[in-house]
Design a binder for this molecule. Structure first.
Ligand code: ASP
Length: 617
């Protein structure tokens, strides 16, 4: 009963027909999105990736076509030969791009049937994600998913075109390689030929791209797949895609301008015009003003009230004499009732636990004659920064003032991190920003550039103190160059905590989009860095010997960056998870539910790979 396609060719896609096509003969092909049976008239909505067209099967026009439409069901694959007809007055559907017309079918071919699907691709939202992932082929038929992947393709193409225009060469690097240094766990591939040896899948093309600079390619990029065996969170995938690039002889700013260029091209492909250059701030300033190295600048920054809290005031308010006092506003919250204010205060205090921080109730200070002037000063200082919402409108409700003080006797356990107050208050700023998101509306998309607050964060510390092991560890991968000044002044050896890295992150709305650095190009410095990370020369040689060798053959200064493509597309699509923009993603447990991977393999395969399983999950 199924028809053959024969020599039939489609003339239009299902999303293309408009009023001006009235009277035209067309051939459409696609899936039955919905079917409505009105006896002598049957309506089939036929869908392809561009949209849906209403097809009318009128028994009086063709008995045979009408009979086939009676047999058709959701997701059957059909071809329609017919004539475009403007819909009568009042019958137009303004919610459908093709809503001005319908196609009156003369002939209907049933090209394939479909089992009743577990969910209809015609639906907007499907609650059960596991079912979506298991039947991913059906899920991907949904309009939203088709849109996400069209967007992804456009964005990737825009980036590629931009970089090629700027003289970058796209060069592929291997998937089967040896361990790379991004600090996650490797995925390993056992070698059949070399019993007991393994390839590692690359966590990034880092070493290869640096070697390409040594090889004189000058500007490299790759839209590269990376593999990291990490515990997964909502916004992580075991394999993901980076826009990876590297250049010879760059200043940091050279790289920033390239990235701004390709992001502008990418956002333009999604209909958004960006203004460049992006804001740039040092890591220290990011911590001081936002309490975090990935500032969300959609909300006002923190403000120092350290000087306003004089020694006397601190004494009477039981505040530490030297530690900073910080405040910030959450705009548009409106006046809180006394009860609501008190509840919020206890919520904040409870969240601080025994950290030694406390919230200062500014409204209450106002009612006390000896503290009223302080309250006014605080209020003035916190609110004098403009509180314009990103979309240009002034917030209606009064801003919420939050002031955080270190209590007298604040635990000394924090002393190893002088920035801890900034970080704790910064975290509170973000929490309250979320809590009052409905009030300030700054996280609500307006569809314009104002939705996207980019920033470059520079001058990261080179090392981080690890409380557990009481050692300094690299804050980035170990090829990141320290500031030249900090090498020259000997800080590398004497004062690790003060060494700054030539490392930078690009941040969007409080999310890190990517990070990079100027690299070490001298073998002696590289060897010194490995040593400073507690690696013996033998260990360094064992892991990175080939690279240390390469550095000795005329390595030019070089630097680069990598940005997460999945995340960029996710943000542009307004999607809530990376899984919405990766065609065949894995679950939070790293499982591909459609192909059912990973799976055990046969005894024979294990034998060939010289492997034996000692326990199974
Ligand atoms: N390879 C680094 C990463 O994957 C990026 C870079 O330094 O270029 O994060």
């Amino acid at each position: 009963m199924l028809d053959f396609l024969g020599g039939l060719e489609r003339t239009q896609m299902c999303g293309e027909l408009r009023a001006e096509h009235d009277g035209q003969d067309v051939v459409l092909m696609g899936w039955v999105n919905r079917r409505r049976d009105h006896g002598n008239l049957i309506f089939l909505d036929v869908r392809d990736r561009t949209g849906v067209t209403q097809v009318v099967l009128d028994k009086e026009v063709s008995n045979e076509a009408h009979a086939k439409a009676e047999a058709a069901r959701s997701e059957y694959v059909v071809a329609v030969k017919g004539k475009v007809r403007r819909r009568g007055a009042g019958l137009e559907n303004p919610n459908m791009a093709t809503g001005a017309i319908e196609v009156v079918a003369r002939e209907l071919l049933l090209l394939n049937e479909a089992k009743t699907p577990p969910f209809s691709p015609a639906e907007d939202a499907i609650a059960n994600e596991e079912v979506r992932l298991k039947y991913r082929y059906l899920d991907l038929r949904r309009t939203e998913m088709q849109h996400n992947f069209a967007l992804r393709s456009k964005v990737a193409m825009a980036i590629r075109n931009y970089l090629v225009e700027q003289g970058f060469l796209e060069i592929e690097t291997p998937f089967m390689t040896r361990s790379t240094p991004e600090g996650a766990r490797d995925y390993l591939v056992p070698s059949r030929v070399h019993a007991g040896s393994f390839y590692a899948l690359p966590q990034s093309p880092q070493i290869f791209k640096q070697i390409l600079m040594i090889s004189g390619f000058d500007k490299y990029f790759q839209i590269a797949r990376c593999f990291r065996d990490e515990d997964l969170r909502a916004d992580r995938q075991p394999e993901f895609t980076q826009i990876d690039l590297e250049m010879t002889f760059p200043k940091q700013e050279t790289i920033f301008r390239v990235v701004e260029g390709f992001l502008t091209a990418a956002f333009k492909a999604a209909g958004i015009t960006l203004t460049t250059p992006f804001v740039q701030m040092t890591y220290d300033d990011a911590i001081r003003n936002y309490g975090i190295d990935k500032p969300d600048m959609r909300l006002p920054a923190m403000v120092s009230l350290t000087d306003e809290l004089t020694a006397e005031l601190r004494e009477s308010l039981k505040i530490e004499p030297v530690l900073p006092v910080l405040g910030f506003v959450i705009p548009g919250v409106g006046e809180l009732s006394g009860t609501a204010r008190k509840a919020l205060m206890s919520e904040i205090r409870a969240a601080f636990g025994d950290s030694g921080l406390d919230a200062l109730d500014v409204a209450r200070l106002k009612t006390n004659a000896s503290f009223a002037p302080l309250a006014e000063t605080i209020e003035k200082k916190l609110t004098e920064a403009p509180t314009l919402a990103p979309n240009g409108r002034r917030e209606d409700g009064a801003p919420l003032l939050v002031v955080i003080t270190p209590k007298l006797g604040t635990p000394a356990k924090w002393n190893h991190d002088p920035q801890w107050i900034y970080k704790r208050v910064g975290a509170l700023r973000l929490q309250l920003g979320q809590k009052f998101a409905d009030k300030h509306g700054r996280f609500t998309k307006t569809g314009t550039e104002a939705d996207y607050k980019f920033a470059w964060v520079t001058d990261f510390p080179m090392y981080e103190w690890d409380e557990e092991t009481k050692t300094w560890i690299a804050a980035h991968h170990p090829f990141t160059s320290p500031h030249e000044d900090d090498i020259q002044t000997g800080k590398l050896v004497n004062d690790k905590g003060a060494v700054r890295a030539l490392a930078y992150d690009i941040v969007l709305n409080g999310t890190e989009l990517g990070s990079g650095s100027i690299r070490i190009h001298r073998q002696d410095v590289q060897a010194e860095i490995f040593r400073s990370l507690g690696m013996t020369d033998e260990e360094a040689k064992e892991r990175f010997g080939f690279f240390l060798d390469a550095l000795e053959y005329g390595t030019p200064p070089h630097g680069g960056i990598a940005l997460g493509l999945d995340r960029i597309v996710m943000i542009l699509a307004g999607a809530s998870s990376l899984r919405e923009v990766i065609a065949f993603p894995k679950t939070a447990k790293a499982i591909d539910l459609m192909v059912d991977a990973p799976t055990p393999v046969s005894e024979q395969q294990m034998k060939e790979l010289h492997l034996r399983i000692t326990s199974r999950s």
